[in-house]
Design a binder for this molecule. Structure first.
Ligand code: FMN
Ligand code: 7N5
Length: 401
């Protein structure tokens, strides 16, 4: 038994900080409840940016399904497991990260906050959690890398129709210290998005627009006039080429030959696709439905996770996103086979309200919730989180034991 009289952890430290501030009459800067945080972010964003951030494909059915799927799994905690010292570290693509959480790639963040991806990089650096940067970032990947310093970062690639641009993006990512290429597969075209269509809103022309494309030499070469002089032409060109619906599994070899960096495929929901990914010798997959933004009526990402994880076993690493809001959601995703999760909209809510501090505060709260919930379920490390921890619930949340 430990002879220490007190223990500490990221979760307890954060609780104490919030309660001590409370004693001095100081409320937390952001709502702690993710639903209230979302509503607070809505207050500070204009209607069109909000519609883009918060919206999903079509009826929003898949976005709701993502959340509902978490409620169909219940945790059964174990007692007296000696959980005083908890270790949240995990190995991803050969590196150790502080906790199984990353910032998901979100494009055009200048519509959410003027400091955009630079603020998110600062938040990732403060918390020492990995950032996955979108190709469609408003700031160049080099500027974002400088803001993050030596923290872990992956580059999300939209694999478009212009091979020179794709090769240039990958080369720049290698040169500026990104340690993996995440290829997003589920956005061969942008889906039918009611709110953006009603608002007649494409975010790419707003704020700083697509700074990461605009700073790309191959992208600039493809234009008649520089994007600074003719941003509309640049955006139209981007819209025509950013993704390539003609791609097939056979094309992956081209990308494999282009870079030695690990490749992770984002947007996998089907076990057959997961097996193809393993056969194609990529390094990982992200089980995701793009936060419900692409196929209206698609299955919840969490429902896909256990089947996909079983299909690939230990051959490649499995990650997860779409609907993560709380520590218990992360535990459920880990128990169902994910090695780590990506968080999307919630950090944008923090960013909208309070820039880098807001994004890092939101993620710190989630990390703290994860740490405490991990211990409360009887786990001391991420390895302890297994499927035994979960029971399947019926539609009312009841469980047969
Ligand atoms: C406003 C917005 C922009 C996004 N942009 C990208 C992107 O550029 N590249 C990408 O791979 N995924 C993008 N995504 C999807 C996220 O990476 C992630 O899959 C999704 O947000 C996870 O779901 P969650 O928001 O429920 O956490 C975007 C999502 C949102 C909300
Ligand atoms: C071309 C960038 C698309 C951004 C994106 O992935 C989304 O809006 O969901």
């Amino acid at each position: 038994m430990s002879d220490r009289v007190s223990s500490s952890s990221v979760g307890m430290e954060r609780q104490i900080e919030i309660y001590m501030n409370g004693l001095q009459g100081k409320a937390p800067d952001l709502p702690v409840d993710p639903d209230r945080l979302r509503i607070a972010a809505r207050e500070v964003l204009d209607d069109r940016a909000w519609g883009y951030l918060d919206g999903g494909a079509g009826s929003g059915d898949t976005m709701s399904a993502n959340r509902a799927a978490f409620r169909r799994w219940r945790l059964r905690p174990r007692m007296l497991q000696g959980v005083e010292d908890r270790d949240l570290h995990v190995q991803v693509l050969g590196s150790t990260i502080r906790a199984p959480m990353m910032f998901a790639p979100i494009g055009v963040l200048s519509i959410i906050h003027p400091a955009a991806e630079v603020a998110v990089a600062e938040a990732a650096s403060t918390l020492n959690l990995p950032l996955v940067l979108s190709t469609a970032a408003s700031r160049s990947m080099e500027e974002v890398a400088d803001a993050q310093g030596d923290g872990a970062r992956w580059f999300q690639l939209y694999w478009g129709k212009n091979d020179d641009v794709t090769a240039s993006m990958v080369e720049r990512a290698e040169a500026s210290g990104y340690s993996a290429i995440v290829v997003t597969l589920d956005t061969t075209v942008l889906s039918w998005r009611d709110r953006d269509l009603e608002n007649g809103y494409l975010p790419f022309l707003e704020g700083e627009g697509l700074g990461n494309y605009f700073s790309d030499p191959a992208f600039r070469r493809a234009l008649d006039e520089p994007p600074e002089e003719n941003p509309t032409q640049a955006i139209l060109y981007f819209a025509s080429m950013f993704s390539n619906p003609a791609l097939t599994w056979d094309d992956l070899q081209w990308l494999r030959d282009l870079t030695d960096l690990p490749i992770v495929l984002k947007g996998i929901l089907d076990p057959q696709d997961a097996k193809r990914a393993a056969e194609a010798r990529v390094d990982g997959i992200i089980v995701s439905n793009h936060g419900g933004r692409q196929v209206d009526g698609a299955i919840a990402a969490l429902d896909a996770l256990p089947v996909v994880a079983d299909a690939v076993g230990d051959q490649i690493e499995v990650f997860f996103d779409s609907g993560i809001r709380r520590g218990s959601d992360i535990l459920k995703a880990l128990a169902l086979g994910a090695r780590a999760v990506l968080v999307g909209r919630p950090y944008c809510h923090g960013l909208a309200i309070a820039g880098a501090d807001g994004a890092s505060e939101m993620m710190l709260n989630l990390l703290s919730d994860l740490d405490l919930t991990l211990g409360l379920t009887g786990c001391s490390s991420i390895d302890d989180v297994t499927r035994d921890l979960l029971l399947r619930a019926d539609a009312e949340g009841g469980v047969e034991i």
